[in-house]
Ligand binder design. Structure first.
Ligand code: THU
Length: 140
């Protein structure tokens, strides 16, 4: 899975823009993400923290849930931006696995340096829908 340089730049830019909306008063670690769907749509999101800390939701999951809740279940690539180019957490990797086992993940820092990985790089030997006999796409 590859993107054109233009698609990649646009996705990282969308994630940078979304990062500005981050609600992170507790950690002060602001995160933005953007996903490109198979139909060419872009959805973006930010981390949203909570005074009850476990209720926090990461930017990647906010973004993927926005896409899925709008009927977009096939995802091509996801960009995530933090000040230091931090990698997606394990819970978000598992959510990516559900909808895009071959997802391209662009991990960028605030200066725009981008690392390109795939979901199998980030979550090898993963557990997925097939492991519980679920045929992806059969749900309608
Ligand atoms: N965070 C994300 O949004 N994505 C990740 O993959 C790592 C962590 C958020 C959660 C929390 O608001 C803050 O970063 C510090 O953990």
């Amino acid at each position: 899975m590859t993107l054109t340089a233009g698609e990649e730049a646009a996705l990282v830019q969308a994630a940078m823009q979304a990062r500005k909306q981050a609600y992170a008063p507790y950690s002060r670690y602001t995160v933005g993400a953007a996903v490109l769907t198979a139909t060419g749509k872009v959805f973006s999101g930010c981390n949203i923290e909570n005074a009850v800390y476990p209720a926090t939701c990461c930017a990647e999951r906010v973004t993927i849930f926005k896409a899925v809740s709008e009927g977009e279940r096939r995802l091509r690539a996801l960009a995530v931006v933090t000040h230091n180019g931090g990698s997606p957490c394990g819970i978000c990797r598992q959510v990516m696995r559900e909808f895009a086992p071959d997802l391209l993940v662009l991990i960028a820092d605030a200066a725009g340096h981008v690392r390109r990985l795939t979901l199998p790089d980030l979550l090898p030997d993963s557990f997925g829908p097939e492991d519980i006999g679920y045929v992806t796409g059969a749900e309608g």
